[in-house]
Design a protein. Structure first.
Length: 149
Protein backbone atom coordinates (compact mmCIF):
# COMPACT_ATOMS: atom_id res chain seq x y z
CA UNK A 1 0.00 0.00 0.00
CA UNK A 2 1.28 3.51 -0.80
CA UNK A 3 2.02 6.03 1.92
CA UNK A 4 0.67 8.91 -0.15
CA UNK A 5 -2.87 10.11 0.42
CA UNK A 6 -3.36 10.81 -3.28
CA UNK A 7 -2.94 8.28 -6.10
CA UNK A 8 -1.71 11.19 -8.25
CA UNK A 9 1.46 11.29 -6.15
CA UNK A 10 2.30 7.62 -6.72
CA UNK A 11 5.05 8.50 -9.24
CA UNK A 12 7.35 9.61 -6.42
CA UNK A 13 10.04 12.25 -6.40
CA UNK A 14 11.33 13.95 -9.55
CA UNK A 15 15.10 13.57 -9.99
CA UNK A 16 16.94 16.77 -9.02
CA UNK A 17 18.46 17.28 -12.48
CA UNK A 18 14.98 17.08 -14.08
CA UNK A 19 13.49 19.52 -11.54
CA UNK A 20 16.29 22.02 -12.17
CA UNK A 21 15.77 21.76 -15.93
CA UNK A 22 12.04 22.49 -15.58
CA UNK A 23 12.72 25.46 -13.28
CA UNK A 24 15.38 26.88 -15.62
CA UNK A 25 13.05 26.55 -18.60
CA UNK A 26 10.24 28.35 -16.78
CA UNK A 27 12.59 31.10 -15.56
CA UNK A 28 13.78 31.71 -19.13
CA UNK A 29 10.18 32.37 -20.16
CA UNK A 30 10.19 35.55 -18.04
CA UNK A 31 13.52 36.94 -19.22
CA UNK A 32 15.94 39.06 -17.23
CA UNK A 33 14.80 41.72 -14.76
CA UNK A 34 15.59 45.08 -16.39
CA UNK A 35 13.72 47.51 -14.14
CA UNK A 36 11.68 47.63 -10.97
CA UNK A 37 8.87 49.76 -9.61
CA UNK A 38 6.86 50.12 -6.42
CA UNK A 39 3.16 49.36 -6.71
CA UNK A 40 0.29 48.81 -4.24
CA UNK A 41 -0.12 45.21 -3.09
CA UNK A 42 -3.55 44.85 -4.72
CA UNK A 43 -1.91 45.53 -8.12
CA UNK A 44 0.87 42.95 -7.64
CA UNK A 45 -0.97 39.89 -8.96
CA UNK A 46 1.10 38.26 -11.71
CA UNK A 47 4.22 40.28 -10.85
CA UNK A 48 7.65 39.08 -9.67
CA UNK A 49 9.47 40.55 -6.66
CA UNK A 50 12.63 42.46 -7.54
CA UNK A 51 14.16 41.76 -4.12
CA UNK A 52 13.57 39.48 -1.15
CA UNK A 53 11.24 40.49 1.65
CA UNK A 54 12.16 39.21 5.11
CA UNK A 55 9.86 39.19 8.11
CA UNK A 56 11.11 40.73 11.31
CA UNK A 57 9.18 38.12 13.34
CA UNK A 58 8.96 34.32 13.19
CA UNK A 59 5.82 33.33 11.32
CA UNK A 60 4.38 30.98 12.37
CA UNK A 61 5.45 31.15 15.99
CA UNK A 62 5.82 27.37 16.31
CA UNK A 63 7.79 24.54 14.68
CA UNK A 64 5.93 23.42 11.59
CA UNK A 65 6.39 20.69 9.04
CA UNK A 66 8.02 21.59 5.73
CA UNK A 67 6.59 18.49 4.05
CA UNK A 68 3.92 15.82 4.10
CA UNK A 69 5.15 12.84 6.08
CA UNK A 70 5.39 11.43 9.58
CA UNK A 71 6.55 13.15 12.79
CA UNK A 72 8.74 10.81 14.85
CA UNK A 73 10.77 10.59 18.04
CA UNK A 74 14.39 9.73 17.30
CA UNK A 75 14.68 7.60 20.46
CA UNK A 76 11.85 5.34 19.19
CA UNK A 77 13.57 4.95 15.82
CA UNK A 78 16.90 4.04 17.40
CA UNK A 79 15.27 1.52 19.75
CA UNK A 80 13.24 -0.05 16.93
CA UNK A 81 16.36 -0.53 14.80
CA UNK A 82 18.31 -1.99 17.73
CA UNK A 83 15.47 -4.41 18.61
CA UNK A 84 14.00 -5.29 15.19
CA UNK A 85 16.35 -4.01 12.51
CA UNK A 86 13.59 -1.81 11.11
CA UNK A 87 11.36 1.11 12.09
CA UNK A 88 7.63 0.33 12.34
CA UNK A 89 5.48 2.73 14.36
CA UNK A 90 1.79 3.11 15.25
CA UNK A 91 0.07 6.17 13.76
CA UNK A 92 -1.43 7.93 16.79
CA UNK A 93 -2.81 11.06 15.13
CA UNK A 94 -3.31 13.00 11.91
CA UNK A 95 -2.15 16.63 12.01
CA UNK A 96 -3.17 19.17 9.38
CA UNK A 97 -2.42 22.90 9.32
CA UNK A 98 -4.36 24.55 12.12
CA UNK A 99 -4.60 21.41 14.29
CA UNK A 100 -3.15 21.31 17.81
CA UNK A 101 -0.91 18.22 17.98
CA UNK A 102 -0.79 15.88 20.94
CA UNK A 103 2.44 14.65 22.54
CA UNK A 104 3.76 11.49 20.84
CA UNK A 105 3.64 8.40 23.03
CA UNK A 106 6.32 5.69 22.93
CA UNK A 107 6.56 3.89 19.55
CA UNK A 108 4.01 6.12 17.86
CA UNK A 109 4.20 8.68 15.10
CA UNK A 110 1.89 11.30 13.65
CA UNK A 111 0.77 11.64 10.05
CA UNK A 112 1.61 15.29 9.37
CA UNK A 113 1.04 17.67 6.49
CA UNK A 114 2.89 20.73 5.21
CA UNK A 115 2.50 23.72 7.51
CA UNK A 116 1.09 21.72 10.42
CA UNK A 117 2.46 22.19 13.94
CA UNK A 118 4.96 19.48 14.91
CA UNK A 119 4.29 17.69 18.23
CA UNK A 120 6.41 19.16 21.01
CA UNK A 121 8.41 15.96 21.58
CA UNK A 122 8.92 15.02 17.91
CA UNK A 123 12.56 15.24 16.81
CA UNK A 124 12.09 14.87 13.08
CA UNK A 125 9.66 14.63 10.19
CA UNK A 126 10.30 11.93 7.61
CA UNK A 127 8.89 12.57 4.14
CA UNK A 128 6.11 10.26 3.05
CA UNK A 129 8.09 9.05 0.04
CA UNK A 130 10.45 7.02 2.26
CA UNK A 131 7.60 5.40 4.21
CA UNK A 132 4.96 2.79 3.53
CA UNK A 133 1.93 1.55 5.41
CA UNK A 134 2.01 -2.07 6.59
CA UNK A 135 -0.97 -4.42 6.34
CA UNK A 136 -1.74 -3.72 10.01
CA UNK A 137 -1.81 0.06 9.42
CA UNK A 138 1.57 0.94 10.91
CA UNK A 139 4.18 3.15 9.29
CA UNK A 140 7.37 1.49 8.10
CA UNK A 141 10.29 3.85 7.45
CA UNK A 142 12.04 2.31 4.43
CA UNK A 143 15.13 4.52 4.26
CA UNK A 144 16.55 5.24 7.69
CA UNK A 145 20.38 5.15 7.71
CA UNK A 146 20.59 8.92 8.31
CA UNK A 147 18.22 8.69 11.28
CA UNK A 148 20.45 6.47 13.37
CA UNK A 149 23.14 8.47 15.13
Amino acid sequence: MSSCDSPALAKGLVPLIDARAVLAERANQYGTLTRSESIPLHEALGRVLAESITSSINVPGFDNSAMDGYALRLCDCQQQVADNGEIELIISQRITAGDAPEILQENTCARIFTGAAVPENADLVVMQEVCEISDNGQVIVKDFPLLII
